[in-house]
Write a protein that binds this ligand. Structure first.
Ligand SMILES: *[C@@H]1O[C@H](CO)[C@@H](O)[C@H](O)[C@H]1NC(C)=O
Ligand SMILES: *[C@@H]1O[C@H](CO)[C@@H](O)[C@H](O)[C@H]1NC(C)=O
Ligand SMILES: *[C@@H]1O[C@H](CO)[C@@H](O)[C@H](O)[C@H]1NC(C)=O
Ligand SMILES: *[C@@H]1O[C@H](CO)[C@@H](O)[C@H](O)[C@H]1NC(C)=O
Length: 482
């Protein structure tokens, strides 16, 4: 800005102040759209304890128009409009308070009002009523589209400042070119001028998926546990099926959804809560999950979509020379800031005693003994606190053999393992039984066993010989084989 321009600007500002100052008889009242306005008219000197008449009027096109009046006789006059939004509470009169109340304030109520009270002496007050209103253009918007928050003051003061807050926090008002769920909420516009302050608030609804509010949130789950993948739509969802999908960063084709994933809504079709539920999280279920749905806004349909990452946690164990190492493993630990290992001991009546034993990712148990059998829990934290935990069940056999399945290990695996064990045991027993039978037979007929065996081998030898000869000579040298 050039100096000249600056001077000019200050001059204009000064003039504006003077101008505002010139009307300083007017008391300023600024109220939010829709609220109740109280236009003050109080006789501080108590010179008019029993007024003969009270007149409230409004200046419209330089003319005084009666808004409310009370005659000497006590008769009240109001505008014909019913129900009237304008009144003066009579009980206040005794206290010298003739303030006018206007309910359900609208933009058109803004302007200059005059209060005239007549008694032995008379009193006149002028009030400037201004209305603040927050509005959005368009009033309802889809995620990713443009919205313009507006703060309108009517009548507008010559000077003044505006401050915006979103859900109580100061924010910059600007046209939101790509609105997100984070922009939805209560927008407050604070107005200040000539030591007068006022504010108005309005709620901005952003159609789309309210939970989670943005892409790439993380959901943590231990192997073997169950987990909910959140997806809550705002008003306007029109599609009721095929909401969940899985995508892969590396592969082109998307991996299938986990077999235990349930994407039926718990509540009937109208429900906007489309969260999915994985009954048993397995190794390999980690990755990106996407929920999407068609949304309707006026007559257009648009797709709303949200992706999130399922992070699977498990405990890896290894041991050598009696020392065991438990490692807290997560499929993605980019958000993990710290780990904590806990020893959980169960007492009578299932009472839990939890002791913190380490704050590193890996826990070393130097000499595994019977005392170490039981539950070990790894808690992992992010910058905003606890993200989740994963439990490891230490068995004595596992400790000795250097491996053990985690408590949260999958049930299917365990069932299969047990089945396999039974099969092996059965086969061993069966073999033992066969051997036993065979031995018993040998014991009964030892000679015959040899004879039978020899006869069989002899017969085989002849057959093999003949087959070879047939191939070579067409059966002419048959006798040679005998
Ligand atoms: C917005 O204001 C309403 C009414 O005061 C309140 O009930 C609601 O919780 C507020 N919403 C937020 C996100 O702060
Ligand atoms: C972990 O998640 C972040 C996003 O939060 C991503 O950028 C990163 O590639 C992921 N790492 C792995 C190993 O998947
Ligand atoms: C265990 O529970 C039973 C019944 O609830 C109660 O009588 C008993 O005192 C409890 N024992 C301990 C050690 O808390
Ligand atoms: C682990 O997480 C589960 C589920 O949130 C909770 O019930 C349990 O108390 C946690 N265990 C520990 C030791 O923090």
């Amino acid at each position: 800005m050039h100096l000249e321009q600056k001077v000019q600007f200050l001059l204009v500002l000064g003039l504006a102040l003077v101008f505002e100052g010139g009307k300083c008889l007017d008391q300023e009242v600024i109220v939010a759209y829709g609220s109740v306005a109280v236009l003050p008219c109080v006789d501080e000197s108590s010179a008019l304890p029993h007024p003969s008449a009270v007149y409230w009027s409004r200046i419209v096109d330089n003319l005084k128009k009666t808004v409310w009046r009370r005659e000497k006789s006590g008769l009240e006059f109001r505008p014909v409009k019913s129900p009237s939004r304008v009144y003066c509470p009579a009980p206040n009169f005794g206290k010298g308070d003739y303030s006018l109340h206007i309910t359900g304030i609208m933009d058109k109520d803004g302007g200059r009002y005059i209060c005239d009270v007549e008694g032995k002496t008379s009193m006149t007050k002028a009030i400037m009523l201004r209305i603040v209103k927050v509005s959005f253009s368009p009033p309802i918007v889809m995620e990713g589209f443009r919205v313009d928050p507006k703060c309108i003051i009517s009548p507008k003061p010559q000077i003044g400042r505006l401050h915006w807050e979103l859900n109580g926090k100061a924010t910059d008002k600007a046209v939101l070119y790509s609105v997100s769920q984070r922009d939805s909420g209560n927008w407050t516009c604070r107005v200040s001028y000539n030591n007068v302050v006022g504010k108005a608030t309005a709620f901005l609804q952003v159609r789309g998926i309210s939970t989670p509010p943005a892409d790439s949130s993380m959901v943590y789950a231990a192997v073997g546990s169950s987990v909910s993948l959140p997806c809550v739509f705002t008003e306007g969802l029109v599609q009721h099926s095929g909401i969940w999908d899985r995508s892969s960063k590396t592969r082109n084709s998307s991996p299938p959804l986990p077999s235990s994933l349930d994407q039926r809504s718990l509540v009937p079709l109208s429900s906007r809560d489309r969260s999915a539920w994985i009954e048993t999280v397995e190794d390999g279920d980690e990755g990106i999950y996407t929920c999407s749905g068609m949304m309707k806004l006026e007559n257009i349909q648009m797709k709303a979509q949200r992706s999130m990452q399922l992070v699977v946690a498990r405990v890896l164990s290894s041991s050598s020379k009696g020392q065991m190492t438990l490692t807290c493993h997560l499929s993605n630990f980019s958000q993990v800031t710290s780990y904590e290992w806990l020893r959980v001991i169960y007492g009578v009546n299932n009472t839990q005693t939890v002791t913190s034993v380490s704050t590193s990712k890996s826990l070393k148990i130097p000499k595994v003994s019977e005392q170490d059998i039981g539950e070990w829990v790894c808690r992992y934290n992010g910058k905003d606190g606890l993200l989740g935990n994963v439990t490891y069940q230490l068995h004595m056999m596992g400790a000795q053999m250097g491996q053990s399945d985690s408590k949260s290990g999958n049930k299917v695996g365990m069932v299969m393992g047990l089945g396999f064990l039974f099969l092996v045991v059965f086969l061993i027993l069966f073999q033992m039984y066969k051997n036993y039978r065979r031995k018993k037979r040998i014991f009964l007929y030892p000679a015959m066993e040899t004879i039978v065996h020899e006869a069989a081998t002899e017969q085989e030898r002849i057959e093999r010989c003949q087959a070879k000869l047939n191939e070579a000579c067409g059966g002419e040298l048959k006798s040679m084989c005998v």
